[in-house]
Write a protein that binds this ligand. Structure first.
Ligand SMILES: [Zn+2]
Length: 245
């Protein structure tokens, strides 16, 4: 009897001479670990960002949640031909998921679908990578149960213009409710639209403003998941090495 486990590789750690331990976001939801035998023999031809089906014999499906296998099919491999900008922004989403979604807690299919869509978008896009990640964060927050209302103030319910994203309040505060609003209305509009066709609009914002928005969104998610608010290593890497137009 064989069981097929489909998932996205979040982390690939070499283990011993020929094996590796993989943290995998499974299609059925939740993060699992897979002990992969014979990695070197097969050339180790995939890594983080690959979508894989592992064939796991039932007797090797251990109670501790670590599945052992050496049989697999690679369905997709989102390595973007080594494009540093795309790889680092891909890893921002992975790093955030590993931080806020506990191992072996089970979960929902939506997270797998969300991450796969994000990878597909990065693969075909020549546009602004910030936007892709912003949208990912907004949808991750929604998946986690902390949906960000982009239209009205969480305090008074007025329509938002220039505003402030308050993680403590769980959303945006309007100009009347917060004295130092620093989030432009145009950014709310872009996030509400959520369509991929916004490259020209993204050029309105400076690199500094894009970094600021990204860090606020990351902090919002970390705060609501009870994690220490800190910058993602992958995002620092993205800012250091990616080309900004
Ligand atoms: Zn208000």
């Amino acid at each position: 009897m064989e069981r097929i486990l489909k998932g996205i590789v979040l982390r690939f750690t070499h283990f011993g001479e020929t094996s590796a331990i993989l943290n995998v976001l499974t299609k059925d939801g939740g993060i699992s670990s897979v002990l992969l035998h014979g990695v070197k023999k097969r050339g180790g031809n995939y890594g983080t960002g690959a979508v894989v089906e592992w064939h796991i014999s039932k007797k090797y499906f251990e109670k501790g949640g670590l599945a052992k296998t050496s049989k697999y099919d690679i369905l997709d491999n989102y390595s973007f031909g080594g494009d540093v900008e795309k790889i680092s922004i891909r890893d921002c989403a992975i790093e955030l998921i590993l931080q806020v979604i506990p191992q072996d807690t089970g979960g929902a299919k939506e997270l797998f679908v969300l991450l796969e869509k994000y990878f597909k978008y990065l693969e075909k896009s020549d546009g602004d990578m910030f936007f892709a990640f912003w949208l990912f964060c907004v949808r991750l927050a929604q998946f986690l149960g902390y949906k960000i209302n982009l239209e009205t103030c969480v305090n008074c319910g007025n329509a938002l213009k220039t505003c402030f994203l308050s993680q403590e309040k769980g959303g945006f505060l309007c100009e009347n409710c917060y004295s130092k609003p620093n989030w432009r209305e145009e950014i709310l509009q872009i996030l509400s639209k959520g369509s991929a066709d916004i490259c020209e609009e993204m050029q309105k914002f400076s690199r500094k403003e894009k970094i600021f928005v990204t860090q606020r969104l990351i902090s919002y998610i970390q705060y609501h998941c009870g994690k220490k608010e800190k910058p993602l290593n992958s995002f620092n890497f993205f800012c250091d090495f990616a080309n900004f137009s």
